[in-house]
Structures are given as C-alpha cells and as structure tokens.
Ligand binder design. Structure first.
Ligand SMILES: [Zn+2]
Length: 299
C-alpha cells in the first residue's frame, strides 16, 4: 500500500439503476476501503455515450446514499476526461505501438485479433479503429481472492482497440488512466472483469504507472446462468428497505449478519459489516447463482 493509504473505488456505468449484482460490487469495494480506513471514490464510467442514459448518474448516487454507502470526494465523470486519455494515447503512439485497423466486426468476430492490419493498411479513408500491439509475454494478476490469473494477451486476445472507430477512447485505456490518475491502489470489482485485467496491467506498465492490487468479487448470476445486469432487466432496488438490501448483499458475500441485525438501521448494519469484514470469509467462486426470489424480485 502507498504511504498515502488505501484508495478504492466503485465505477458504475450510468446506463441503468443499480441492481443486486452492482450493489454487491459497491458494497464489497466500500467495505474493503472502510476496513482499512481508506478512501472510497465514485467514478461514472460514461465514456461510452451511446450506452448511457441522461440522469442515471443521479439515480445511482441516490441509491448509494439510500444504502448508506457514502463516498469521498467529488464524483469523476469519464466523459469529462478526454484530454487525459488523449495524452496517454499520444504517449503510447510515440512508442510506435499503435496502428490503424480497418477490419469490420464480422472479419474479427473471434479472439484473438489475427493481426490483419498490424503492418499497415492500404485504404484509411474509411472508418478505422486504433489498436495497440501486444507481445507474447505472460501477464499475471495476483488477485487477493481469486489467486494468480495469467494470460498471454497476444495469443488469447491479440492486439486490442485503444481508440474506437467512432472516435471514442476505448474502455481499457480510460479505466487504466483513471485508476492511476485517481491514485487507486486496489481495484475491487466483479470477477467478470478478471479476463480484461492483463490488458490493463499491460497498459499500466507501458504508461509507467504504479500497479494496483486486485480483488475480483463473485458475480451474481440468475437461474439461466447469465450475469444479472441492466440488460437482463434486473428490477430496481426497493428504497423502502435498504437494510434488507445490504443484508442480502452481505449474505451473498459470505458475511451474513446475525438475524437480529435484519431490523437494524443502515448505519449499525454497515458498522457491523466494516468490523466483521474478512477476506477469508469471502466466497472464492467467480460466479454465484442467486435463486431465492427475494433477491431477484424484491430488490
Ligand atoms: Zn484490422
């Protein structure tokens, strides 16, 4: 940990209100930060403007307040940070690692990217994305919960997109720049992002950033085996009973409070959770099915 202390974050995409799965991630990152008397920052990942819905950021912040998950500092919006991403992009370009790619989605439907445009493209008058060259090195993520996750980006993913054909900087670049710029020293998020972590570590290394720690929490899946998401129309949270929501999220994370706590106010429940937060108690799976109706329907 840096001398400045622990800094964690929760980084929702404002494309819909928080659902049970995103609350689990918010709570896990909050407790991990508070247990270490660290800072907990919120970043709105609204870089992909076509996916965001105006006003959703306010709804998410209201939900977090209602759940007692109070953050530190100003809210950061990716949509306002293009100059930071551009300067990182230009630095990577100066290393000779960026190239134009004119492949269509259909041509590169499967991973890894075959390197079609790596050595130059003849026609760049049409739309093109910008990719970064990768290499054969194995990149390891030492996750405090999931253990060691190793990936060769070159053979498993291939050269990946840094700037999209529509001109927006890609998610991996934005996240990497933001985490470094915000001084995040441990990233707590859903295990569905474990696969993308080596790409972010690759960028951190190239950009000369300090490498953060990682904690990938289990992801809540529904009976069909799909991640509970905004797209799967997960119902919105019941604002009338925030303690129940926190109780169930704690239970999911292996930290079921004593039954009497069910009726406790939200502050007491979170105090209990901070005191009792223990990585050894967290379930190590990458996915957990939630099948009792209360989590699917009432939250
Ligand atoms: Zn290409």
């Amino acid at each position: 940990m840096s001398p400045a202390g622990y800094t964690g974050r929760f980084a929702p995409t404002p494309s819909g209100s928080l659902h049970f799965g995103s609350i689990v991630t918010a709570l896990g990152s909050y407790l991990q930060a508070r247990k270490q008397k660290g800072k907990w920052l919120i970043r709105m990942e609204d870089i992909d403007e076509p996916r965001t819905r105006p006003g959703t950021d306010k709804i998410i912040l209201k939900q977090l307040e209602c759940l007692g998950l109070l953050w530190d500092g100003e809210i950061v919006y990716q949509s306002q940070r293009t100059p930071l991403y551009r300067s990182a992009f230009e630095y990577l370009n100066s290393l000779g690692l960026i190239f134009r790619c004119t492949c269509t989605r259909k041509e590169i439907a499967n991973r890894p990217y075959p390197g079609t445009c790596r050595h130059g493209v003849a026609d760049v008058t049409t739309g093109y994305s910008m990719r970064i060259k990768t290499n054969d090195d194995d990149i390891a993520c030492d996750d405090v919960l999931q253990g060691k996750f190793v990936q060769s980006i070159a053979s498993e993913v291939g050269d990946f997109i840094i700037k999209r054909a529509d001109g927006l900087f890609a998610y991996h670049l934005a996240v990497t720049v933001d985490d470094a710029e915000q001084g995040i020293n441990e990233i707590v998020r859903g295990a569905d992002l474990l696969d993308s972590t080596p790409r972010q570590i690759y960028l951190q290394t190239l950009l000369g950033y300090n490498l953060p720690g990682y904690l990938h929490l289990p992801v809540a899946i529904n009976n069909d085996g799909n991640k509970i998401s905004k797209r799967s129309h997960a119902a919105a949270i019941d604002h009338d009973n925030p303690s129940q929501v926190i109780f169930e999220a704690l239970d999911f994370l292996g930290h079921a409070p004593p039954y009497e706590a069910m009726n406790a106010d939200i502050e007491s429940l979170l105090d209990w959770a901070v005191k009792n937060w223990d990585l050894n108690t967290l379930p190590k799976q990458t996915q957990i099915k939630i099948n009792h109706g209360s989590q699917n329907d009432a939250i």
